[in-house]
Design a protein around this ligand. Structure first.
Ligand code: GDP
Length: 468
C-alpha cells in the first residue's frame, strides 16, 4: 500500500517535470470575421509585428524583454493550406504597396516563441517554447451553424420571409415565387434559381448585410458548381414527389449540412482555444441603422457558436471543451482621428455586451476593442469653413494622390447609435467616409517612422499574453 503509493507519487512527479521540460504547449488561435472584415491584413500585421517585437509595447512579455525569439515553423496539419504570410507581406511591403488578396477559405500558420518565464524564478528555469497556430477562416462558415438545426422547409420559410423585405432580393423573389416545387426537377431551372440566389447574397453582402448564409455560396472554393451549392429557398408545395424540384433541393440542402458544414466544425472549429472576431463596424455604421442592427444580430449568432450546449451536434463534438477567450475587434480604426477611437471602442463594447445578452452567453472571457492592423493614415487637423476638423491623411487608391479627409462623426454615447427607437433617425459617418479607400502605406517596422498599427499589441496581449 504505502510503498506503491509513494512509488506512484514519485513516478507522477518525475512525469510532471518531464512534461514541463519537454511538452511544448500549443495555442490554437482562430481568426474570423465576415468577408472584407480584415482577417488577412490582421494576421499578416500580427505576425510581422511579433517577428519584429520592437513595436508591441502593450504586449507584456515583449515589454519585459522576455521573448527571446519568434519564428515561423511548418504547421502540424499537413493537408491544410498554409496562410500565405510571405505573399501577403510582399504585397504590403513592395515598392507599390497593395492590399493582399482576402481570405477565401481556411488556412493555417504556425508561429513559435522562445520565452523566458515571468517572475524572479523565471530566469533560473530557462526559456520555454510555445507554439501559436493561427487558423484563418471565413465568418460566413461559422454562421452556417444555424442551418444544422433547420430543416429545408423551415430554412426556406425563414429565408424567404427575410428576403421579402430586401430590395437586393427582388429579382430572386420573383423567380422563386413563380417556381412550382412539386414539378419534376429541371436541372437548368435549378441552376438558374441557385445563380439568382447567389447573386442576391453577393448584392446583400455589398450592401452591408451580415447574414449572408449559406456561407459557401459566396466563398465556394473547389465546391463551385457542385450540387451542394446548387439549391435555393422555395415556397413549399402542398405535395412533392421524390423526383420533384422541392425534394431534390431538400436533398442538396441536407448534403450541404452534412458534407460541408459539419466537417468544418469537426476538423477546424472544434480545436480552437482562443478566438478573435474581426468586425467592420465602421462600414456598418456608415451603411446605416439597418446594417448595424443586422451586424448586432450577427454578433450574437457568432457568440452562440461558442456557447457550450447551444447546438446538439456541437455539444457532442466538443464534449465540454470550450474556447477560453473571445475578442471582438472593430478593424480599420485608422479611418478615424484618435480623438474618435474611444467612441468606436465604446460602440464595440456596447455591441459585444448586447450580443452576450442576446446569446445568453457565459463562460469564456469576452472583450471588445478597436484597432488597425496596418495603419494607412496619419492624423492632420484641417481648417474648413472656420472649423478645425480632425482628419486623417492617406494615399487614395483611386487617384494615387494624398488627401486629408474627414469621415464624419461617431456618437460619443453608444446608446445614441444603438437604441432601436432611433432607427432611421440619425446617420453617422456620413461625411467623406465613403471616399476613404486608402492604399496601404508600406508596412514599416523601423522605429521613428510612425506606429505601423493601432492597438494590435493590446489585442495580442488579451489573446495570448497570459501564456507568454
Ligand atoms: P478579409 O476578407 O477578412 O481577409 O479582409 P482583408 O484582410 O483582405 O481586408 C479587406 C480590406 O479592408 C483590405 O483590402 C483593406 O482595404 C481594408 N483593411 C483591412 N485592414 C485595414 C486597416 O488596418 N486599415 C485600413 N485603412 N484598411 C484596412
Amino acid at each position: 500500500g504505502k510503498l506503491t503509493d509513494g512509488l506512484n507519487r514519485g513516478v507522477e512527479g518525475a512525469l510532471a517535470s518531464v512534461s514541463e521540460a519537454y511538452l511544448e504547449p500549443v495555442i490554437r488561435l482562430g481568426v474570423t470575421g465576415l468577408s472584407r472584415a480584415g482577417k488577412t491584413v490582421f494576421i499578416t500585421g500580427l505576425v510581422a509585428n511579433l517577428l519584429d517585437r520592437g513595436r508591441m509595447p502593450q504586449l507584456r512579455a515583449a515589454a519585459e524583454g522576455r521573448i527571446e525569439t519568434v519564428f515561423l515553423q511548418p504547421q502540424p496539419d499537413v493537408t491544410l493550406p498554409r496562410f500565405d504570410y510571405e505573399g501577403h507581406l510582399a504585397a504590403l511591403t513592395g515598392d507599390d504597396p497593395r492590399w493582399p488578396a482576402s481570405t477565401r477559405a481556411v488556412s493555417e500558420l504556425r508561429l513559435s516563441f522562445r520565452v523566458q518565464q515571468a517572475g524572479w524564478l523565471g530566469g533560473f528555469r530557462g526559456p520555454r517554447t510555445l507554439h501559436l497556430d493561427v487558423i484563418d477562416y471565413p465568418g460566413e462558415w461559422l454562421l452556417d451553424l444555424a442551418l444544422l438545426d433547420k430543416s429545408y422547409a423551415d430554412w426556406s420559410e425563414d429565408t424567404l420571409a427575410r428576403l421579402d423585405k430586401r430590395p437586393e432580393a427582388k429579382e430572386f423573389m420573383a423567380v422563386a415565387r413563380a417556381e412550382d416545387g412539386s414539378l419534376p426537377l429541371d436541372e437548368m431551372r435549378a441552376q438558374a434559381l441557385a445563380a439568382r440566389f447567389t447573386a442576391y447574397l453577393a448584392a446583400a453582402r455589398a450592401a452591408g448585410w451580415s447574414d449572408c448564409t449559406p456561407g459557401r455560396f459566396l466563398l465556394p472554393g473547389d465546391l463551385a458548381g457542385s450540387p451542394v451549392l446548387t439549391f435555393a429557398p422555395l415556397p413549399r408545395p402542398s405535395e412533392a414527389s421524390r423526383t420533384s424540384l422541392w425534394q431534390e433541393m431538400e436533398r442538396r440542402y441536407e448534403g450541404y449540412k452534412s458534407k460541408v458544414v459539419k466537417p468544418f466544425f469537426r476538423n477546424h472549429f472544434s480545436r480552437i482555444d482562443r478566438q478573435v472576431v474581426l468586425v467592420d463596424a465602421l462600414g456598418a455604421i456608415h451603411s446605416g441603422p439597418q446594417a448595424l442592427e443586422d451586424l448586432r444580430r450577427t454578433m450574437a449568432e457568432i457568440l452562440t457558436a461558442f456557447r457550450p450546449g447551444s447546438n446538439g451536434f456541437l455539444s457532442k463534438l466538443l464534449l465540454g471543451k470550450r474556447v477560453e477567450k473571445i475578442l471582438f475587434a472593430a478593424t480599420k480604426a485608422d479611418h478615424l482621428h484618435h480623438t474618435q477611437h474611444g467612441a468606436l471602442t465604446g460602440i464595440m463594447q456596447a455591441m459585444t455586451r448586447e450580443a452576450r445578452d442576446r446569446a445568453a452567453f457565459a463562460g469564456a472571457e469576452v472583450a471588445a476593442m478597436s484597432l488597425s492592423s496596418l495603419r494607412a493614415t496619419v492624423e492632420e487637423t484641417v481648417g474648413r469653413n472656420g472649423d478645425a476638423l480632425d482628419c486623417v491623411r492617406g494615399r487614395l487608391l483611386s487617384t494615387g494622390k494624398q488627401a486629408a479627409m474627414y469621415p464624419g462623426e461617431l456618437p460619443s454615447d453608444p446608446a445614441r447609435l444603438l437604441s432601436p427607437a432611433r432607427e432611421g433617425a440619425e446617420r453617422w459617418l456620413d461625411s467623406e467616409f465613403s471616399l476613404m479607400s486608402f492604399a496601404p502605406s508600406r508596412l514599416n517596422l523601423r522605429p521613428g517612422e510612425g506606429p505601423p498599427h493601432i492597438r494590435l499589441d493590446r489585442a495580442a496581449e488579451f489573446l495570448i499574453g497570459d501564456r507568454l
